[in-house]
Design a binder for this molecule. Structure first.
Ligand SMILES: Cc1ncc(COP(=O)(O)O)c(C=O)c1O
Length: 395
């Protein structure tokens, strides 16, 4: 069947897809309908944090679906409390959590917290939120406007007022005024070229925002959930934001989002809500996933996975200097900065043919987002395939 033609009759045309039909998976391996195997170095864009068919995730989701998989937030939900408790424990911060269904929704929650904080605490009714060039914060109207990339802003205006796009962190600090409620950023810009901000810059931003009573909000949707090597990227940097958001890998593929804040009374009943958010299906999955990943971290396995992945990336840069400039990113949120967009695209296409999945980012960067639980043999195999693919590409 011509999947592309068939699909185009029924779905809105939002994605430029690859029409491979994946039908099975195990660990970091995926299989298409013809039985071809792929090593997955992108995990559904940082979602499948424990890979495919992880027994703990299978058990949690099966238990939920065989028991009570959804209850309204008008009732107590035990796994919701447990998931929030685990996030608090892992963050080592004194926070409370609200669960939604996606990253954009988590960021909407963060924006509402900032607006309420600004309204309640300042005579000037602060409402502005400063975001940083090349950021990505989501696809709702408000999170699109928060995303400081003009190319996302065609067609959908008028946008909500109150977003200021700064060039960089110094510029963000310079733009703080009596109307600023918050500065929001990804400590590692994932879509924007896998760019990890320097520690000194983030430390200075933390000091300045604190001094001026402005909230610091970290979008940890792609860089959180152990991807940086710690539970949160902010822990890698040794910084505590006032608000952070999670989604993607939090429940290993079951849709979820969370906004977490040290402003423990940020919301009162009626201020915010969600029908699906935090239901037993997603929060049981989150508890299971966080348990698995915490073990991976505490046992030191994650540190050696990162070391191995880094070694392989550096090896590719030194063996293919005509294709790549350098390796970028942190932990298991990595990139290879290619010498051109064409090389980046060829690496992805040829890699796919060879049976390894990688994804693009901005600035001609080939992005790597393997599952946090990826095994050494899967890493070896994936890089072996990538090298075969790269040897076919000329610079
Ligand atoms: C940093 C960041 N923030 C927000 C989002 C939006 O998340 P979602 O697609 O779940 O709404 C993404 C998704 O790619 C992201 O990477």
């Amino acid at each position: 069947m011509d999947y592309e033609q068939e699909e185009s009759k029924y779905l809105l045309h939002t994605y430029k897809r690859n029409y491979v039909n994946f039908v099975d998976g195990s660990g970091a391996r995926l299989y298409d309908e013809n039985g071809k195997e792929y090593i997955d170095f992108m995990s559904g864009i940082a979602v499948n944090s424990v890979g495919y068919k992880h027994p703990a995730l299978v058990k949690a989701v099966s238990e939920a679906i065989n028991g009570v998989h959804h209850i309204s937030n008008l009732f107590y939900i035990d796994s919701q409390m447990k998931a929030a408790k685990k996030i608090k424990e892992l963050s080592k911060m004194d926070i409370r959590v609200f669960f939604g269904n996606s990253g954009a929704e988590a960021n909407e929650g963060a924006i509402k917290i900032a607006r309420k904080y600004g309204e309640a605490n300042f005579e000037t009714k602060r409402y502005k939120i400063i975001t940083i060039k090349n950021s990505f914060h989501g696809r709702t109207i408000t999170t699109l406007k928060a995303t400081a990339q003009d190319r996302f802003h065609d067609f959908f205006g008028p946008y909500p007022d109150g977003f200021v796009h700064a060039e960089n962190i110094e510029d963000a600090i310079a733009r703080i005024d009596e109307h600023t409620a918050a500065v929001m950023l990804e400590p590692i810009q994932a879509e924007g070229g896998v760019y990890a901000f320097a520690k000194e810059e983030l430390v200075r931003l933390r000091e300045e925002t604190k001094r001026q009573g402005v909230l610091l909000m970290f979008d940890e949707i792609q860089c959180g959930i152990f991807r940086s090597g710690e539970f949160l990227a902010c822990q890698t940097y040794g910084i505590e934001p006032d608000v952070f958001t999670l989604a993607k890998g939090l429940a290993g593929g079951v849709p979820i989002g969370a906004v977490c804040t040290t402003l423990k009374d940020a919301f009162s009943p009626g201020d915010h809500g969600s029908t699906f958010g935090g239901n037993p299906l997603s929060t049981k999955a989150a508890v299971a996933v966080l348990g698995v990943l915490d073990e991976e971290y505490k046992s030191g396995i994650l540190a050696s996975t990162i070391e191995s992945f880094e070694k392989h990336l550096n090896g590719v840069v030194s063996d293919f200097p005509h294709l790549f400039e350098k390796s970028v990113g942190l932990g298991l949120l990595r990139g290879l900065k290619a010498k051109s967009d064409e090389i980046m695209q060829n690496a992805i296409t040829e890699g796919f043919k060879e049976g390894v999945l990688v994804i693009k980012s901005a600035q001609s960067t080939v992005r790597f987002l393997p599952s946090i639980t990826i095994k050494e043999d899967e890493i070896e195999e994936g890089f072996a395939r990538l090298r075969v693919a790269l040897s076919r590409i000329s610079g």
